[in-house]
Design a protein around this ligand. Structure first.
Ligand SMILES: CC(C)(COP(=O)(O)OP(=O)(O)OC[C@H]1O[C@@H](n2cnc3c(N)ncnc32)[C@H](O)[C@@H]1OP(=O)(O)O)[C@@H](O)C(=O)NCCC(=O)NCCS
Length: 172
């Protein structure tokens, strides 16, 4: 996939690499802040940095500080589908194309293995995530069990009581 000159300029000076187990403490200590205080760290168990690194990415600034990451995988049950478990960029690096660059690298990873569709879920009140996924070409599932929550079709209680989710997907 050609990222184009503009995308390369956006990520100049930043280094994309695969995560390693040693990244866990840095990521788990930042993740709640990067989600604006929402408690997310329980979703970043160490296992993600042990068993899913071949389709995941971290980004470092020139000082070596982590400024973004994406944890994703190819579905073991449906090998033509992939799933983004978590993705975030540092609040100091937003709206600069970094989230897009992470997703594009993930798309390249999984396309090579024959994946044709990518899914990601998000909380409907996370308007930034909803806007970002729409900008990345994802569309929300509008099945009969969805309701418009915060203006977006979402499944109430999708992940348990009160845990509403938008199910976003797009073809590759
Ligand atoms: C969602 C998130 C990863 C986006 O990262 P980012 O590096 O700012 O994204 P990009 O700069 O690549 O944005 C790509 C496009 O998404 C859209 N977008 C991103 N942030 C947006 C915002 N706050 N409002 C509206 N649109 C937005 C825009 O169309 C943007 O393109 P543009 O800047 O040329 O207009 C980042 O805001 C984040 O980490 N949020 C907290 C964690 C989270 O919610 N993660 C997603 C759920 S797993």
């Amino acid at each position: 996939m050609d990222r184009g000159l503009g995308q390369r300029e956006v990520t100049d000076g930043l280094r994309f690499r695969r995560p390693v187990e040693a990244d866990h403490s840095a990521l788990v200590n930042r993740i709640d802040e990067w989600w604006a205080g929402r408690r997310m760290h329980h979703l970043l168990a160490r296992l993600w940095l042990l068993h899913f690194t071949g389709t995941s990415w971290v980004v470092e600034d020139p000082s070596g500080a982590l400024v973004g990451f994406l944890i994703g995988f190819v579905s073991p049950d449906q090998p033509d589908q992939a799933y983004v478990h978590l993705a975030a960029t540092s609040p100091n690096h937003r709206r600069a194309g970094l989230g897009r660059a992470l997703y594009e690298r993930f798309f390249e990873d999984v396309t090579a293995g024959g994946v044709r569709r990518v899914t990601a879920i998000t909380w409907p009140g996370n308007r930034t995530s909803v806007a970002f996924h729409r900008a990345m070409g994802f569309e929300p599932d509008e099945g009969p069990d969805t309701q418009r929550l915060y203006g977006t079709p979402a499944y109430p209680d999708y992940d348990g009581d009160g845990e509403d989710r938008v199910v976003f997907s797009r073809d590759l």
